[in-house]
Ligand binder design. Structure first.
Ligand code: MG
Length: 254
């Protein structure tokens, strides 16, 4: 009984405290701050957090059909990348692949694997290099940085030469890794100048590596980034000459 009384006193005190913050609240009822409509859309989650939820667009499901259906090479022709064992792999010299669909704001899940066989001569940017370009311009680096140093703003989990990852959470070469990316497209004013920069949050293997970073413009190999007005864009996966593989790619428009 004592406990109940004490509990009631604490609850009473907390309620009074909350109301004292804003004297207007004393005139209100709880229902006055409840919103019921429109009802929040129902989405069925995937079997695990790796699997596409019901409202996702699956861009690659492991089959050649889905590669050809959803992706093209840089010239708009069928991609030259190979498909085997539920994944697609860069074929050196065939160039980038580009999603046929274009996107603005989204949540993207993508899995990647750098080659198990590591040439001891290859180091820094030469080991398992590829990349995922948001809206054809902004590269989230894919690289084998397991016991392989490179410049910090060019390693896996970086937006190339703009933001280094918060931590290096790379798995060993040959192991599958995940990126979950929340992408907000840049916005432009009527006079074509920048209204708001692109923003990105990225988890690598479930670990936060980029927290709501604001991009400075398209990622550049040489020079300073600068925004130029553009609309929705494709996803691009880079051919950097290394046989990097990708699988289980899905995207949710936001
Ligand atoms: Mg790259």
């Amino acid at each position: 009984m004592k406990k109940i009384l004490l509990g009631m006193c604490v609850f009473g005190a907390l309620t009074a405290f909350a109301q004292n913050q804003n004297p207007e609240n004393a005139k209100m009822k709880p229902e006055m701050t409840e919103f019921w409509d429109p009802e929040v859309a129902v989405v069925t989650p995937g079997e695990s957090n790796l699997n596409a939820p019901s409202d996702a667009v699956v861009l690659f499901d492991g089959t050649s059909e889905s590669l050809v259906q959803n992706w093209a090479n840089g010239k708009g022709e069928a991609p030259g990348w190979s498909v085997a064992d539920n994944c697609m792999t860069v074929v050196k010299g065939t160039g980038v692949i580009k999603s046929k669909m274009e996107f603005e704001d989204y949540q993207l899940h993508i899995e990647w694997r750098t080659p198990a066989e590591v040439n001891p001569e290859s180091k820094s940017q030469g080991r398992g290099n590829s990349g995922i370009f948001m809206q054809e311009r902004y590269e989230l680096q894919v690289l084998d940085n397991y016991e392989n140093r490179t410049y910090r703003n060019g390693q896996a989990g970086s937006f190339y030469k703009q933001y280094a990852p918060l931590v290096n959470v790379c798995k060993k070469p040959g192991e599958w890794q995940t990126y979950d990316i929340i992408w907000t497209a840049p916005r432009f004013k009527a006079d074509s100048t920048l209204f708001s920069p692109a923003r990105a949050t990225v988890l690598q293997n479930g670990v936060l590596v980029l927290n709501n970073v604001q991009l400075l413009g398209p990622t550049e190999y040489i020079g300073i980034p600068k925004y130029k007005i553009h609309g929705p864009g494709s996803l691009i996966l880079q051919d950097h000459g290394n046989p990097v593989s990708y699988r289980n790619i899905w995207i949710r428009r936001l």
